[in-house]
Design a protein around this ligand. Structure first.
Ligand SMILES: O=C(CO)[C@H](O)[C@H](O)COP(=O)(O)O
Length: 265
């Protein structure tokens, strides 16, 4: 069997920073390995890595794509799908998705991840859950042993009415004294999600982050919390583009997570 190699760098690579090249490499490799001709309903995630996913899907050609429907996780991916002239669908029409590919803020050694850096994690989790196969794509900085190594907090979507109470509970009952409401950059006031909700970013101790499922369940029990940006036991594979042009792949095989590195082409 031929040894898999990462996709060859496209001509425009020279213009991209190393991090952008790594994102593209991860996205291209994941599409090549997971978006197959038989896949007709495809979930498209959010963030800065996902445009490369769509770019690679478009490269598969009109013939394949005309028989497919693409389901977005929010405003950004909806725009991407429409601009790329792909067919748009929604998860209420397609509650079962063949493959969803999405970015991640961090992925641990068990394929758990933090998501919600772009405040889209409610819809992202619905599309992850709807997918037969859920795949993550990211640059090398997101590949960690434990969640919270580099990414500062767990994104939590809350209904606006409850945010102060949820913050108080996080500070005093759940061990996150530095949890804060995420403020908008080019607007006065808080970030408002695509669902009209607020986002809290809650940092936790490494000890708590070592058991993300328990932490996720405890946060989700707080009244007013809509969704938590901890995705546990959901991804089948994660692709990380590396600085040297290789791609590290973590994948679940018979319950075990295995890691391999694909050399540059
Ligand atoms: O969860 C997300 C948005 O809510 C993104 O997928 C996550 O923030 C990763 O984004 P990027 O590819 O820009 O690093």
């Amino acid at each position: 069997m031929p040894v898999p190699t990462a996709p060859a760098a496209p001509i425009t690579t020279a213009k991209l920073s190393v991090i952008e090249q790594s994102k593209r490499l991860a996205a291209y490799t994941a599409v090549d390995q997971h978006i197959l001709p038989k896949h007709k309903v495809i979930g498209i995630g959010s963030g800065s890595t996902v445009p490369y996913v769509v770019e690679r899907i478009v490269q598969q050609g009109e013939e394949l794509n005309k028989g497919r429907v693409f389901v977005p996780t929010g405003f950004q991916s909806k725009e991407l799908i429409v601009e790329s002239k792909l067919s748009l669908g929604d998860v209420d029409q397609f509650p079962t998705i063949d493959v969803t590919i999405d970015g991640a803020d961090e992925v641990d050694s068990e394929l758990n991840c933090i998501k919600g850096g772009g405040a889209c994690h409610l819809r992202e989790k619905v599309l992850a859950e709807a997918a037969e196969t859920f795949v993550l794509v990211a640059d090398y900085r997101k590949n960690v042993q434990y969640l919270g190594t580099n990414f500062p907090g767990v994104p939590i979507e809350v209904v606006p009415f409850a945010y102060a109470k949820v913050l108080q509970n996080l500070h005093h009952r759940l061990g996150s004294p530095n949890a804060t409401l995420r403020m908008a950059k080019a607007k006065a006031g808080p970030v408002v999600s695509d669902n009209g909700n607020f986002i809290i970013d809650a940092p936790f101790s490494l000890e708590a982050m070592k058991d993300p499922f328990t932490l996720m369940a405890r946060i989700k029990m707080l009244t007013g919390v809509v969704e938590v940006g901890l995705f546990c036991h959901m991804a089948q594979a994660a692709y990380f583009g590396n600085q040297d042009g290789s791609v590290t792949v973590k994948s679940r095989l018979e319950g075990e997570v295995i890691e391999e590195t694909i050399s540059p082409a």
